[in-house]
Design a protein around this ligand. Structure first.
Ligand SMILES: NC(=O)c1ccc[n+]([C@@H]2O[C@H](COP(=O)([O-])OP(=O)(O)OC[C@H]3O[C@@H](n4cnc5c(N)ncnc54)[C@H](OP(=O)(O)O)[C@@H]3O)[C@@H](O)[C@H]2O)c1
Length: 178
């Protein structure tokens, strides 16, 4: 599957690396191809591709967003048309002051993202663990897989993301809507 990443820092580069190792073609949708985070992601996995955001998203079936929440709306605004009809995996957390919910718990970050992208299917996943667990989710001494919760409005999109979650050796758990 062609997969693009908007944001490839601690979270994005770990997931991009793991998905490429499972056989996917993974492209960094690079707003700045010279940035330290592009260089670090390529150092970790030289098989990752790099392209401009519009081209990377246009060629992808599934797109991950793993920017700071505050940067997400602006990053997505440039690829709204390219995202139409596609799946967007939202890895962002809207964190407010003192680790409060950045939207005052009035709305989830993914609901707001979905409202910005009405023709895209947003699926929330990969937010409930620290990035170290995306680099390595093996827990020696335990005989169960760690659970990865996900949610979204579209059953087909959720099934596809659940498949990716399972490929990454998590137990997918559908927790409903956004
Ligand atoms: N860290 C964790 O353990 C963890 C766990 C779960 C969820 N999260 C959530 O995951 C998201 C990413 O966290 P992180 O720790 O991976 O952050 P990070 O290491 O700081 O990486 C942020 C990434 O976003 C990119 N970015 C920043 N501003 C951008 C913009 N305007 N347009 C496009 N790309 C932009 C950066 O690219 P450049 O460097 O090229 O600017 C960088 O690749 C956050 O929403 C966070 O709340 C974090």
């Amino acid at each position: 599957m062609n997969i693009a990443f908007i944001g490839y820092g601690q979270v994005g580069s770990a997931l991009a690396d793991q998905l490429q190792r499972r056989g996917h073609t993974v492209t960094l949708a690079a707003h700045n191809p010279e940035s330290d985070s592009v260089k670090a992601a390529l150092l970790r996995n030289p098989s990752l591709q790099v392209a401009a955001p519009k081209a990377a998203v246009a060629a992808a079936e599934v797109v991950f967003i793993a920017t700071p929440y505050a940067a997400a709306a602006e990053a997505l605004a440039g690829v709204v048309d390219e995202l139409a009809g596609k799946i967007l995996v939202d890895c962002t957390n809207p964190v407010g002051p003192g680790l409060s919910h950045g939207l005052g718990s009035a709305q989830s970050g993914s609901e707001r993202m979905q409202a910005q992208l009405p023709t895209t299917q947003v699926v929330k996943a990969f937010t409930i663990y620290g990035f170290e667990n995306f680099e390595n989710n093996v827990f020696p001494g335990h005989n169960t897989k760690p659970v990865m919760m996900f949610c979204g409005r579209d059953a087909g999109a959720k099934a596809k993301v659940a498949g990716l979650i399972a490929q990454l050796d998590w137990e997918p758990l559908d927790v409903g809507g956004l």
